[in-house]
Design a protein around this ligand. Structure first.
Ligand code: 5AD
Ligand code: SF4
Length: 469
């Protein structure tokens, strides 16, 4: 009741130029959520909400959530506990706070969230972000809103309006969503349920958006999709394009010096995509290609639709096309039924491939996925032990890769000021942060540097002079 009164008294003052409303967005999980949070902030800016980095100042708190593992999903509820207190404190000083849950927990749990956390005013799934302004309006009028139903045609409806905003200055690197959703149904994964089936954005839209980004000074674009290399569309000549053809087209855009894409499935690495790695210097020599396990038995149970040998052959072909490519992967330890032998197969594949980067996780049973109902769930202490061993091996490989670069010359895209005065930070072609003196160049420049030292989290470098670059 009190809430309603506060709202009503707010309305007239707003019309007379009171302080604008503020939105605080907290992002969990993957790059797609990072991108979506930006889009939501853009959509809300049009409604008069300014972004704030201080949750205490926010009239609207939005949690953009991740459901991929139990730990990620549970974090949301502990955060909502803290927000409940904050909301009460703000209410005591006459300020209203709306609380929204977006992202994959919203999609997976829907109105269950309102039951578990009554502090929440609105729940909105990733396929319905184009309705966010109306949802916020309804919530402001005192309604509890759950917006997770969508028609497949709706999925990218929100994008044209948001595209106009895509040229907001975001520094020299940007993400561009080309595809959403997944039809692979790996038995451990909630994504096909939370993000729905695959939808690809059309070529013309993507080219236009990439051109706008380039005009705004973006030098590096990372194409995003849950299953990015399943992207397909009709080329201008009427032929069917895959991600490889799209990359060839984007590489023609003046100013775009670097292209990347993530995340890929081994089954969708087709010949054109491998050719893009061979022929496009702007396609960075770094590939995130999760294999999840090295055991054929487990890969089958995971419904990955490939064997360990298939994956190794594929990596060989990619390396033949682009010898300096650095591989990155995802691994799950302790999938139901995983024996010591299966785990050793995973360690073997890691040794065979040699990774520059890897993300590894203990299997987390997700409600509604086939894996959750499998017998022979692996004990927690076994998962812990395997994860530790796997991470130690990957850390060794990562350190060795960084050390192997010391003394070599690389191209560095300068991205931002460094933590210490006089320094700048950029990225190597292999995504490592590289520190360089600010005299090396301006933000957005690609400069030639020599790696002088490899630290635990970044590389150090000096500009290479005397060759006119
Ligand atoms: N348990 C553990 N890890 C998972 N991943 C996806 N689902 C699960 C799960 N249920 C991991 C996979 C995927 C990455 C994004 O998260 O390795 O590639
Ligand atoms: Fe999940 Fe598998 Fe789809 Fe990746 S390919 S999003 S792991 S179902």
């Amino acid at each position: 009741m009190n809430d309603t009164i506060t709202r009503e008294t707010n309305l007239p003052s707003e019309a007379h130029g009171a302080a604008p409303r503020k939105v605080f967005v907290k992002t969990y999980g993957c790059q797609m959520n990072v991108y979506d949070s930006q889009r939501m902030a853009d959509a809300l800016a049009a409604e008069g909400y300014q972004p704030t980095a201080e949750i205490e100042d926010a009239d609207l708190v939005l949690l953009n959530t991740c459901h991929i593992r139990e730990k990620a999903a549970e974090k949301v509820y502990s955060e909502l506990g803290r927000i409940r207190q904050l909301k009460a404190e703000r209410a005591a000083s006459g300020r209203e706070t709306l609380v929204g849950v977006a992202g994959c927990v919203a999609q997976a749990e829907g109105d269950e969230i309102l039951r578990r956390a009554p502090v929440v005013d609105l729940v909105i799934g990733p396929q319905t972000y184009h309705r966010l302004p109306q949802v916020v309006q309804k919530a402001r009028a005192g309604e509890k809103v759950v917006e997770t139903e969508y028609a497949i045609e709706d999925k990218f409806e929100h994008l044209p309006a948001l595209e106009r905003k895509a040229v907001r200055s975001r520094g020299v690197t940007a993400f561009l969503t080309v595809q959403e959703g997944c039809d692979k149904f790996c038995t451990f994964c909630v994504v096909p349920y939370t993000r729905g089936s695959e939808v690809s954005r059309p070529v013309s839209q993507l080219v236009a958006e990439a051109e706008r980004l380039a005009e705004a000074g973006v030098r590096e674009v990372t194409l995003l999709g849950q299953n990015v290399n399943a992207w397909h569309g009709e080329g201008p000549d009427g032929t069917e394009w895959g991600l490889g053809q799209l990359l060839f087209r984007l590489a023609e855009i003046p100013g775009l010096a670097r292209l990347r894409y993530t995340t890929s499935h081994p089954r969708d690495m087709d010949d054109a995509l491998i050719a893009a790695h061979r022929d496009l210097p702007s396609l960075m020599p770094y590939l995130h290609l999760p294999v999840q396990s090295g055991s054929d038995r487990i890969l089958k149970a995971m419904n990955r639709k490939h064997t360990g040998a298939d994956y190794l052959r594929l990596v060989d072909r990619i390396r033949a096309a682009r010898p300096d490519i650095a591989m990155s992967g995802d691994f799950i330890v302790g999938f139901p039924g995983e024996t010591d032998e299966d785990f050793e197969d995973t360690m073997r594949i890691i040794r065979d491939v040699t990774y520059a980067q890897a993300f590894s996780f203990k299997y987390s049973p997700r409600p509604g996925t086939p894996g959750a109902d499998l017998p022979l769930q692996v004990a927690e202490d076994v998962k812990n032990e395997r994860l530790q061993r796997l991470q130690a091996l990957v850390a060794e490989q990562q350190t060795a890769f960084a050390a192997s670069l010391v003394g070599s010359e690389i191209d560095l895209l300068i991205e931002k000021p460094g933590r210490n005065p006089g320094q700048r930070v950029g990225r190597s072609p292999w995504l490592q942060p590289v520190i360089v003196d600010e005299m090396a160049g301006e933000i957005g420049d690609i400069v030639r540097v020599r790696i002088t030292k490899a630290g635990p989290n970044s590389l150090f470098s000096e500009p290479v002079t005397g060759d006119g670059r």
